[in-house]
Design a protein around this ligand. Structure first.
Ligand code: GYE
Length: 320
C-alpha cells in the first residue's frame, strides 16, 4: 500500500530535479566552441577575412580557437588535429591547397565533428568528409578579369600572368576562368605565367624576372590573381622605367583598398571583387550545422567588378 505513493513521490522529486537542472542550463547556455584554421596573413584579403571571422565570433559569443598556419599545409593539419583533441563542436578551415586532406578529414569524421570549409575548396573522393563550403566563384572571377581585359584592349594583348599559390583553389580556378575568356579572343595570349604565391613581395620579384626576359618589351598586359601581387608588380614595372596602367594594362582580383588607391593613381586598371568579409555568413552556417539543421552544400559570396572609371567614387565605401 505504501509503495505506490512512495514511487510517485520519487517520480515527482526527480521531475523537479530535472526541471531545476534544465533551468540552470538555460541560464548558462554552453558556448559553441569552434576551431578555425586560417591559411596565414599573405594578403590584404586574408587580413580582412581574419578580422571578419574574429569580429563575428566575438559578437556571437562563440569560443573561437583560431590558428594561423603561415601558409603551410602541415601546420593546418596539426591545427585540425589539435581541434579534435580539444573536442571542439565544429571545425572550420580555409585549405591552403586543394589536395592532401583526406586522412585528417577522416580523423575528424571519426571524432564526430562536422567540418565547414571557408573560402577555398578541397578535392576529396568522399563528399561526406565536409558538410558545406562558403566561398566565392573563382572561375567566374577569372572569367570577369579576362572579359574586362578583352574589352579594354579590343581583344589584343600579350599577357604576363602572376599566378596564386600553386595547387590552391583560387589559383587553379582563376586561371581556368581567365583562359575561358581568352579562348574567345584569339588576339590575346599568355606569354609568361608564374606563381607569386599571392604575396606582394613575390609578385614584385616575379614581375622583375618577367621584365628582364629578352621578349619583355612585347608584354602589353598583366593579369595578377590577387591585388597584392599586382601592387608588387606595379613597383617592379616602375623600377624598370615603365608606366604601370599605361605601358602595361593591369587587371587583378580582390578589390582591397590598396587596389582602389592604385586605380585612382592611374597605376592599376581594374580589380574584380572577391569579398573577404564572410564572417556573418560563415557563422550562420556553423550555428546551423552545430544545431543539426540542414544547410546547402555550397554558399556563394556576392561580388562585383570595378574599373578605373568607378574607383574614385567607390574608394570611400571600401570596408577592406
Ligand atoms: O584572393 C588572395 C588570398 O583564397 C580568395 O587568397 C582567397 C585568396 C585571395 O591570399 O588575396
Amino acid at each position: 500500500m505504501h509503495s505506490i505513493p512512495r514511487r510517485l513521490l520519487s517520480l515527482v522529486t526527480s521531475a523537479l530535479a530535472l526541471a531545476a537542472t534544465s533551468a540552470l542550463f538555460a541560464q548558462t547556455p554552453k558556448k559553441l566552441v569552434v576551431g578555425f584554421s586560417q591559411i596565414g596573413a599573405e594578403s590584404g584579403w586574408r587580413t580582412a577575412n581574419t578580422d571578419s571571422i574574429k569580429a563575428e565570433a566575438a559578437k556571437r559569443g562563440i569560443d573561437l580557437k583560431f590558428a594561423d598556419a603561415q601558409q603551410k599545409q602541415e601546420n593546418q593539419i596539426k591545427a585540425l588535429r589539435s581541434f579534435i583533441a580539444q573536442g571542439v563542436d565544429v571545425i572550420a578551415f580555409s585549405p591552403v591547397v586543394e589536395t592532401g586532406w583526406e586522412p585528417v578529414l577522416r580523423e575528424i569524421k571519426a571524432a564526430g565533428i562536422p567540418v565547414v570549409l571557408s573560402d577555398r575548396a578541397v578535392k576529396v573522393s568522399d563528399p561526406s568528409l565536409f558538410v558545406t563550403i562558403i566561398g566565392s566563384d573563382f572561375v567566374e572571377e577569372g572569367r570577369r578579369a579576362g572579359e574586362w581585359l578583352a574589352r579594354k584592349t579590343g581583344g589584343k594583348a600579350v599577357i604576363a600572368e602572376l599566378v596564386g599559390t600553386p595547387g590552391s583553389a583560387p589559383a587553379i580556378d582563376r586561371k581556368k576562368g581567365f583562359e575561358e575568356a581568352l579562348a574567345k579572343n584569339p588576339g590575346m595570349k599568355i606569354v609568361k605565367s608564374q606563381s607569386g604565391n599571392f604575396t606582394r613581395a613575390e609578385g614584385k620579384q616575379v614581375m622583375e624576372a618577367f621584365l628582364k626576359a629578352p621578349d619583355a618589351k612585347d608584354i602589353t598586359a598583366l593579369f595578377a590573381h590577387n591585388d597584392d601581387m599586382a601592387l608588387g608588380a606595379i613597383q617592379a614595372i616602375e623600377e624598370a622605367g615603365l608606366k604601370p596602367g599605361k605601358d602595361i594594362v593591369i587587371v587583378s582580383i580582390d578589390g582591397v583598398k590598396g587596389a582602389f588607391e592604385a586605380m585612382v593613381a592611374g597605376k592599376l586598371n581594374c580589380t574584380v571583387e572577391c569579398n573577404p568579409q564572410i564572417g556573418p555568413q560563415l557563422f550562420d552556417l556553423i550555428e546551423k550545422v552545430a544545431a543539426g539543421q540542414k544547410v546547402p552544400a555550397r554558399v556563394a559570396v556576392k561580388e562585383g567588378v570595378f574599373d578605373e572609371t568607378q574607383a574614385a567614387a567607390e574608394l570611400p565605401h571600401r570596408t577592406y
